[in-house]
Design a protein around this ligand. Structure first.
Ligand SMILES: *[C@@H]1O[C@H](CO)[C@@H](O)[C@H](O)[C@H]1NC(C)=O
Ligand SMILES: *[C@@H]1O[C@H](CO)[C@@H](O)[C@H](O)[C@H]1NC(C)=O
Ligand SMILES: *[C@@H]1O[C@H](CO)[C@@H](O)[C@H](O)[C@H]1NC(C)=O
Ligand SMILES: *[C@@H]1O[C@H](CO)[C@@H](O)[C@H](O)[C@H]1NC(C)=O
Ligand SMILES: *[C@@H]1O[C@H](CO)[C@@H](O)[C@H](O)[C@H]1NC(C)=O
Ligand SMILES: *[C@@H]1O[C@H](CO)[C@@H](O)[C@H](O)[C@H]1NC(C)=O
Ligand SMILES: *[C@@H]1O[C@H](CO)[C@@H](O)[C@H](O)[C@H]1NC(C)=O
Ligand SMILES: *[C@@H]1O[C@H](CO)[C@@H](O)[C@H](O)[C@H]1NC(C)=O
Ligand SMILES: *[C@@H]1O[C@H](CO)[C@@H](O)[C@H](O)[C@H]1NC(C)=O
Length: 722
């Protein structure tokens, strides 16, 4: 259909409809389910561009041939999107198809004629250059990004004609500005309504760059004094111009410097009165941060960084020295993150009176003491050298440390101080023999997460009433059975990779009243659950995997685990059947991976409540599946995945599933046949992917396969609907 017929008005009305579809609950849920809110946002943004341009084109009665041509292209795209949305709302499109659907790479060259245009967003589109003479769009208020071109007509000078820009604005590819004078013509200083400014040079291919020019350009891009937020990225000058950090930016609250690789010194930023957030990353030439960072030599009166709450410095490969001797700095700093600074030796600031969170990771050479920080709540130190405490933060609530020296010094600190507010403790990777003071966990502890502490002695003598979450991974070799009575209030229990763990101990009619989530995996010697069964009235999710010696699931699940909804069994080769005594009434979803004996059994009893089943391989012995009468009768969804020896899918095994709606068969390389007469009529979706032999046969010409599946409304083969 040609654009001449559609016309601008119609097309933009149509886009309105698309917008509504994007906002429809079905579509939103579909996209949410795919965890791709971003994709949704992106599509909306792209359609928005289309919409505003169209609205304007309409007003002006399209005559320009370039605009027309472009609208033609848009027209196609819009219909393509619409098709996809229709598919998506019937839960049919895949993410990939959606993100490929918009191929807009160029704005029309006649854009300058849209003189009433007020709003244009191009961020996250693959547009590579701006149309010529954008400076004529003098009504433009919102333009998120301008990509500087080399041609005079799409150079930075064009920005001089856009006095009304509001809000956030980025200038990209600033390397294409070759004279400071040109930058001045952009009249950035006059654009009083820009609140967030991002100045970006491309990263890479900088052979022919004259660093002096970049300094000149940045000098001339000085923004107005009401600016609130500034981001400088990829700047290759050796120093920053004077305006950066000048105290006259009274409203500047957010600053980010990234990848300015030739700057040896950070600008002096401590005098910015409102600066709240400061982020510095990948400044490759910075070796030292010293007094100059805090104050300019000429104004020494004010407290440096009087409003800074949040300082994140990361990916600084050459940074060695932090001379933080300016004592009174950072009076309100709450959040300090230092990450990936492998050469940093010292020193953290000594006193941070308002600090709440300290995070130090991958600073292998750092030798410093933790700042005196009476209000510290969260402390995380990983992959870093010893950091010592001169004064342990008494109110600390959450500690996460990794590595032998750090774990040891933390245990020592805990022993000496006995912190009373500690709620969450994570300890990782320490080979030494360690234990908690007097064999007791800190009394206030609610979450304990230990990983790679094989010699940790975890005593079971005393009850830990408050503990709600316990995770033991590759740790506590001395513990062979876990007496659950020790942790009466657990809601989450995770045990992984514990070679010596044999069993859970439950005495008598003990009940884990709060247990909600239980997961045990990679415990090769774990043999059994308590014979009386495991009583956990509140358990909803249960998962066992890679427990080679385990012969059965806990007994009496139906009565002892009445709330269980989800069961995941994987790589438990000895388990032959579901346990006796009935299954939990709310058990809706079961996943079974590589449990051949369980799949080879003749019947699974008492499974009427299960509606969703996923069976995963390899299960080398299984050539035909499913056995007649095996599967739970009220399944609505069945998924077979990666059954490496499966050759035949047997319809007789699903004929009794009167409610089956969706069947997914994936990555079964040897699958070639469908046996039995036909698939149940209730199926509305069949998806086959990664099964090359069977896929070859799923078409009308295959007289054997086709009649068995042709009644299914939605058939998707290798991602395509047929
Ligand atoms: C800007 O310069 C870069 C690097 O020289 C070049 O690749 C790019 O095409 C230029 N951009 C425009 C829009 O001219
Ligand atoms: C800062 O913001 C306030 C309003 O929040 C405004 O009145 C003032 O003019 C802005 N600029 C400067 C330099 O203070
Ligand atoms: C900071 O800005 C003010 C006002 O624009 C100016 O007078 C002063 O010279 C600047 N200071 C520096 C160090 O550039
Ligand atoms: C400090 O002030 C002197 C004279 O007022 C000036 O020459 C010098 O450039 C200033 N230094 C800085 C870093 O602004
Ligand atoms: C740190 O800065 C202070 C004050 O500028 C100076 O006296 C001291 O020598 C510096 N220390 C290091 C290790 O650079
Ligand atoms: C058990 O945990 C709950 C929160 O899940 C908490 O409110 C309760 O106080 C704890 N019980 C005991 C006995 O500590
Ligand atoms: C049972 O679990 C629910 C959450 O699934 C929780 O809100 C409730 O407090 C738990 N009951 C007990 C006794 O822990
Ligand atoms: C089920 O358990 C297996 C093995 O631990 C795991 O890979 C899988 O992600 C689990 N499934 C879900 C939905 O958690
Ligand atoms: C699928 O099965 C093969 C063995 O046939 C195995 O090597 C592979 O890890 C399995 N893939 C997944 C994702 O489970």
């Amino acid at each position: 259909m040609a654009l001449a017929v559609i016309g601008g008005a119609l097309l933009s009305a149509f886009i309105g409809v698309l917008f509504d579809k994007l906002a429809s609950p079905e579509f939103v849920n579909f996209i949410r389910g795919k965890k791709s809110d971003k994709l949704l946002q992106k599509m909306k943004r792209q359609l928005l561009v289309v919409k505003v341009v169209l609205a304007d084109a309409e007003k002006r009665q399209i005559t320009d041939s370039n605009v027309k041509e472009w609208l033609d292209l848009l027209n196609d795209i819009v219909y393509e999107v619409d098709d996809l949305l229709d598919e998506a709302s019937t839960k049919a499109a895949t993410q990939k198809e959606l993100s490929n659907c918009i191929k807009l790479t160029k704005l029309p060259s006649g854009m300058q004629n849209l003189v009433n245009l007020r709003h244009l967003e191009i961020l996250h589109t693959p547009i590579k250059e701006m149309p010529k003479r954008m400076g004529k769009l003098n009504q433009l208020q919102r333009l998120d990004t301008y990509i500087v071109g080399k041609h005079i007509e799409n150079s930075i000078k064009e920005l001089g004609g856009l006095p009304n820009l509001h809000g956030s604005f980025s200038i990209e590819e600033l390397e294409n500005v070759t004279k400071g004078e040109e930058a001045l013509e952009a009249r950035i200083m006059d654009k009083k309504h820009i609140t967030h400014l991002s100045l970006e040079w491309s990263i890479g291919n900088d052979n022919s760059i004259n660093f002096q020019i970049e300094l000149e350009v940045l000098s001339k891009l000085q923004p107005h004094q009401d600016l609130e937020s500034l981001f400088i990225r990829g700047y290759k000058g050796t120093r920053f111009p004077e305006w950066v950090g000048n105290f006259s930016y009274q409203n500047l609250t957010y600053l980010y410097f990234h990848n300015c690789k030739n700057c040896c010194m950070l600008p002096s930023l401590g005098q910015l009165p409102s600066l709240k957030f400061l982020r510095i990353s990948y400044m490759k030439s910075v070796k030292t941060i010293d007094a100059g960072f805090y104050k300019n030599e000429n104004c020494s009166s004010v407290t440096p960084f009087p409003s800074l709450e949040w300082l994140h410095i990361f990916d600084m490969p050459c940074w060695e020295v932090w001379n933080s001797s300016v004592l009174e700095a950072f009076p309100v700093l709450k959040d300090l993150h230092i990450q990936n600074c492998p050469n940093l030796r010292g020193d953290l600031p000594k006193h941070l009176p308002s600090l709440q969170t300290l995070l130090v990771t991958n600073c292998e050479l750092l030798v410093s003491s933790v700042p005196r920080a009476p209000t510290l709540r969260t402390l995380e130190i990983r992959d870093s050298n010893t950091v010592v405490f001169h004064e342990f933060p008494l109110l600390v609530e959450s500690i996460e440390v990794e590595g032998g020296p750090m774990v040891e010094s933390m245990m020592e600190a805990i022993t000496n101080i006995q912190p009373t507010c500690l709620q969450s403790l994570t300890l990782q990777n320490c080979l030494s023999a360690i234990s908690f003071p007097s064999d007791r966990l800190p009394a206030s502890l609610k979450t304990l997460d230990i990983c790679g502490l094989k010699k940790l002695k975890l005593s079971m003598q005393h009850k830990h009433e408050l503990l709600e979450s316990l995770s033991i991974k590759n740790s506590c070799d001395s513990v062979m059975s876990l007496p659950l009575a020790t942790f009466p209030n657990l809601s989450t229990l995770e045990i992984k990779d514990c070679e010596n763990m044999k069993s859970l101990l439950v005495s008598g009619s003990e009940s884990l009243k709060s247990l909600n989530y239980f997961h045990i995996s990679y415990c090769p010697n774990f043999v059994s659950f308590p014979r009386e069964g495991l009583s956990a009235p509140n358990l909803t999710s249960f998962s066992v995997s890679h427990c080679d010696k385990l012969k059965s699931l806990p007994n009496q699940m139906g009565t002892l685990l009445p709330k269980m909804e989800y069961l995941n069994i994987s790589n438990c080769h000895q388990i032959e059947s579901f346990p006796g005594g009935g299954m939990p009434p709310n058990l809706g979803t079961i996943e079974i991976s590589n449990c051949e004996k369980l799949l080879s059994s003749k019947t699974w009893v008492c499974m009427d409540m299960v509606t969703s089943l996923k069976v995963q391989g390899p299960c080398d012995g299984i050539n035909t599946f499913p056995e007649e009468g095996l599967l739970p009768p009220y399944l609505t969804s069945l998924c077979l995945y990666n059954l490496s020896s499966l050759e035949t899918f047997d319809c007789k095994g699903i004929l009794h599933l009167m409610s089956l709606r969706a069947l997914y068969i994936e990555s079964c390389k040897k699958l070639e046949n469908i046996a039995g007469e036909t698939m149940p009529v209730s199926i509305i979706k069949l998806s086959i992917e990664g099964c090359p032999l069977l896929q070859k046969r799923c078409h009308k010409k295959d007289r054997e396969i086709w009649p068995k599946i042709c009644h299914i409304r939605g058939i998707k083969i290798a991602g395509r609907w047929i």
